[in-house]
Design a protein around this ligand. Structure first.
Ligand code: WQD
Length: 339
């Protein structure tokens, strides 16, 4: 049974990926410092798969502990999620983001190299494209200067991995997610933002649950079909499946080069108001919202050309936006019942 380390495995996309890996027959080890995750996700994962992953409370900024993990735990590959990801917070605290996201990555890669771990999947983001000049966005779309320090850490992370792959002959896949949404159909795991949600869908579900008074729709004066900004909302379970397919590609040495990039989106763009309306329709309720001025740093439009991932990873998004939004609402309600 191949052993895979998932860093940030108690987080949103990380936990869904751990479940999918276990269900695909992998043995999973988790490193998470719980700075932006809840340790009870270990129980939640176990309640879905009946397999308790080995968990290590390690901050990847601690080089000694990171090295010791690899010396004591031989693994076949790594999926690296552990990073800070709040765009707004990164603007306020850039050095905290550079230290955490880049030093964490460098310590991880050094420890992998010291211990002959040759395969890594990197959690990247469509943010590296900035506001692309044309849609849909494919992997050859030129990268632009990201709007935030968060986005810059993703772009710098890819640069670091390019040199890592070539200098040390490692196998690297960078997965560029568009907008992750949804929750596990069991409602046992989902997105659990700390404090006020930055992202659209958790803010919608918390407004519907009465936790938030009113959703602010940031800008309705964009050059789009209804004036609100367009994004590609990809279900977290489909994202998890893509990670299983990507690590399996490396385990079976089917990668064509030792550095590959894949855009993970549905290929369809949705406006903010279309998401709100889809949520209301899917869950038969109404969401209180108010149009507000644009949010600084937002781009107008982004949606993926996912044909390369479809072809090379044999991957296909299967969950519709409505189903994602039903799962998100069920997760939010389950959270409320647990309190
Ligand atoms: C989506 C749209 C907002 C909140 C995210 C992640 C980033 C990356 C890409 C993975 C925008 C609008 C939002 C609200 C709103 N993912 N909105 N009211 O900014 O596209 O970036 O996906 O790496 O890490 O942050 O996502 O959900 O914040 O915004 O109107 O309360 O919804 O203006 O148009 P974004 P988002």
């Amino acid at each position: 049974m191949k052993k895979i380390l998932v860093t940030g495995g108690l987080g949103y996309i990380g936990s869904h990926t751990v479940v999918a890996l276990q269900q695909a027959g992998y043995e999973v080890l988790i490193i998470d410092d719980c700075s932006n995750a809840d340790k009870d996700f270990l129980d939640r994962i176990t309640s879905i798969t009946s397999i308790r992953p080995q968990y290590f409370s390690i901050d990847l900024k601690d080089q000694l502990k990171t090295n010791q993990f690899f010396e004591n735990n031989p693994v076949d590959g790594v999926i690296h999620f552990a990073a800070y990801k709040a765009v707004g917070e990164s603007v306020e605290k850039p050095l905290m983001y550079y230290r955490n996201n880049l030093m964490g990555l460098i310590n991880l890669l050094e420890a992998m190299n010291e211990n002959k771990v040759d395969h890594v999947i990197f959690s990247s983001s469509c943010t590296v494209y900035g506001q692309a000049d044309q849609m849909p966005i494919d992997e050859q779309t030129p990268l632009k200067k990201p709007e935030s320090p968060y986005g810059k850490t993703k772009q710098m992370g890819e640069e670091i991995l390019e040199d890592y792959a070539s200098t040390y002959q490692k196998n690297v896949i960078c997965l560029r997610y568009f907008n992750p949404v949804g929750a596990h159909p069991s409602s046992k795991i989902g997105e659990l933002p700390k404090g006020i949600p930055n992202n659209l869908v958790p803010y919608v579900t918390q407004t519907a649950a009465g936790i938030r008074e009113c959703l602010s729709v940031w800008g309705d004066d964009y050059p789009t079909r209804d004036g609100t900004a367009i994004r590609d909302y990809i279900d977290v379970n489909d994202l998890a499946d893509a990670h299983v397919k990507a690590i399996t590609r490396l385990m079976e040495q089917k990668n064509k080069t030792n550095l590959e990039f894949f855009n993970l989106g549905t290929g369809t763009g949705s406006t903010v108001l279309e998401v709100v309306n889809a949520f209301e329709k899917a869950n038969n309720l109404s969401v209180n919202y108010k149009i507000q001025p644009r949010r600084a740093g937002d781009i107008v439009e982004a949606f993926a050309d996912n044909s390369f991932a479809k072809k090379e990873l044999n991957w296909q998004p299967t969950i519709s936006l409505e189903e994602s939004l039903r799962n998100s609402w069920n997760w939010e309600q389950n959270l409320g019942q647990e309190k």
